[in-house]
Ligand binder design. Structure first.
Ligand code: URA
Length: 433
């Protein structure tokens, strides 16, 4: 078999066999198939797509490129939750301890954020001492001891994905459905969890800008999961406006803690309950979604979810005194309310523009090696559907200087549209697949 023939076959729109895909990914991973051929392969897939069976083969080949965790000796069912990323998305920090506190172990590997989405690991690392770089043994120990672990993505798992993604990133081939689906699912599958809920976001502030593309991605990922014998469901959730109120790394940790203490914003609590219920039902821990939701609501109310979060942070070296006293997190030097210059109802709030504003303050990174500023960001005071008067605060800017705050104001104005008549907030969740 020759790599060029596999590329030509895909370029012609023909489905590849499992053997051809394995040959290509194995050769690429060993360095025998050069980057330029792998980039051409990615471009052929970009234009011609893949059938579901091919996408499953590609995912499995990527999984086989590295080490695979087997967690079955720790627990027969280990849950995982993945989000395709969104502005203000701190859901993992709420769902994971909430589900784990009901007795269903949660083991998660999480990427760092690039661009205006902060990753969960970046957020958790604003807690002094918290360590996400765990060895496989540490990952397993934390899972066995606490029933909850969140680690950075291990380089040993699915290494072909990292290599291929680096090429896609610079060859205009990131936005390919089978490539995205296999990339995400290969990492989930290699991490050894067998009950996975995917939060697939759609809208202005999401990777997938419209519901149609997000739905297709969700179907592709669920099909891959089923194809390799994992329980997987996808929840399509809106990212037309940021989730919750806080956007920015330590600001989001504080909001997650408040949510675990029963003081969270309605949309964040609701999404956490929806995602968590799916996991409890899929795992067989609850008979149905109503039961699951009731159990999660009780767990949140009892304080058990917050206790689980503290145990998990402590296990990974974090200073939990910050969680008991949120005022210990350093605040940005300059804080200022951003006030409305008109009255009416908020009609829309562009999550992408809000995300970019927080990123401009230093909450995100352009390249992997950039440092993030944990303290900066935005706290929304109003959301879509809320009534505002002239002079009401729309949000609070947390910046390191007046000039930094001033630099985002023009774009913040562009983020809002208003209506003179009442407006319905957009639905939080569209469908569950
Ligand atoms: N996230 C991933 O992990 N892979 C992709 O291809 C896109 C988003």
């Amino acid at each position: 078999m020759r790599a060029v023939d596999v590329i030509i076959k895909k370029r012609g729109g023909e489905p590849l066999t499992d053997a051809e895909i394995s040959f290509f990914i194995e050769g690429f991973n060993r360095g025998e198939i050069p980057d330029y051929q792998a980039a051409a392969f990615a471009m052929a897939v970009f234009f011609k797509g893949m059938e579901p069976a091919e996408t499953v083969s590609l995912t499995q080949a990527i999984v086989r490129s590295g080490h695979q965790l087997d967690l079955r000796d720790i627990a027969p069912v280990v849950a995982d939750k993945h989000s395709t990323g969104g502005v203000g998305d701190k859901t993992t920090m709420v769902v994971a301890p909430l589900v784990a506190a009901t007795g269903l172990p949660v083991g998660k590997m999480s990427g760092r954020g690039l661009g205006y989405f902060g990753g969960t690991v970046d957020k958790l690392e604003t807690i002094p001492g918290f360590r996400a770089a765990l060895s496989e043994e540490e990952f397993r120990q934390a899972l066995a001891k606490v029933g909850l672990v969140v680690a950075g993505q291990s380089q040993d798992l699915a290494p072909a994905d990292g290599k291929l993604y680096a090429l896609r990133d610079v060859t205009g081939t990131v936005e390919s459905l089978p490539l995205i689906a296999s990339s995400i699912m290969s990492k989930k599958i290699a991490a050894g969890t067998n009950c996975i809920v995917l939060d697939v976001k759609y809208g202005k502030g999401a990777f997938m800008k419209n519901l149609e593309d997000a739905t297709a991605l969700a179907h592709a990922m669920v099909e891959i999961g089923h194809g390799v014998g994992r329980k997987v469901r996808a929840v399509l959730s809106s990212m037309e406006q940021p989730l919750g109120l806080a956007v920015g790394n330590s600001l989001e940790v504080k909001e997650a803690v408040e949510t675990l203490q029963g003081r969270g914003p309605g949309d964040l609590v609701e999404l956490a309950l929806i995602l968590g219920s799916q996991l409890l039902e899929m795992s067989g821990r609850s008979l149905n979604l109503t039961d699951a939701r009731r159990k999660l609501e009780e767990t949140l109310k009892s304080g058990a979810a917050f206790e689980k979060f503290k145990a998990f942070i402590a296990q990974q070296g974090g200073d939990i005194s910050y969680l008991d006293d949120l005022s210990r997190f350093p605040l940005a030097a300059h804080r200022e309310e951003f006030r409305s210059n008109r009255a009416g109802y908020i009609k829309s709030m562009d999550a992408e523009t809000i995300g970019i504003a927080a990123y401009t303050l230093g909450a995100g990174r352009k390249v992997k090696t950039d440092a993030i500023d944990p303290a900066v960001g935005l706290i929304l005071r109003k959301k879509v559907g809320d009534k505002v008067e002239v002079g009401d605060s729309l949000l609070e800017i947390h910046a390191q200087s007046q000039s930094q705050a001033d630099s985002i104001k023009e774009s913040l104005w562009q983020a809002y549209t208003f209506s003179d008549t009442p407006v319905q907030a957009p639905p939080l969740v569209d469908t569950i697949i």
